[in-house]
Write a protein that binds this ligand. Structure first.
Ligand SMILES: [Fe+2]
Length: 129
């Protein structure tokens, strides 16, 4: 299974949020997918993600980030996609649970941190001048 490592290039310039992202990456790397434990493991991860989104949105509000609504929308969309995925899994199961879930999480995490989260990091740097 694919694993990724956090690198400085992913830093959003806020220690607490970088720690969250590192923890998320670790959690995804550490997931051992199996049909029996899949839903529990996935739910654990989702709880953590929910807490992280809150911390991040609180930060974006605090700094007055103009892109906050779009950013919040991305977080909400992720939650919806995950809910749909879980629903489908409960109904049909996935023959390829490992790969499907890993691909989904990595694609999202990399896309979101590397593109959307880095936008607020760049905005913050520009604002500080
Ligand atoms: Fe985010």
């Amino acid at each position: 299974m694919t694993t990724i490592q956090w690198t400085e290039a992913m830093s959003v310039g806020v220690e607490e949020l970088d720690q969250d992202h590192k923890h998320l990456i670790q959690m995804i790397n550490g997931l051992h997918y199996s049909d029996t434990g899949f839903v529990e493991l996935f739910n654990e991860l989702l709880d953590y993600v929910g807490g992280h989104f809150e911390r991040e949105e609180t930060h974006l509000e605090a700094i007055g980030y103009p892109g906050i609504e779009g950013h919040r929308g991305q977080h909400d969309l992720f939650a919806d996609q995950v809910a749909a995925m879980l629903k489908q899994y409960r109904a049909e199961g996935f023959a390829d649970s490992d790969q499907r879930v890993a691909d989904f999480l990595w694609t999202w995490l990399k896309g979101h941190i590397l593109i959307e989260d880095l936008k607020y990091a760049a905005w913050t740097r520009a604002k500080k001048g």
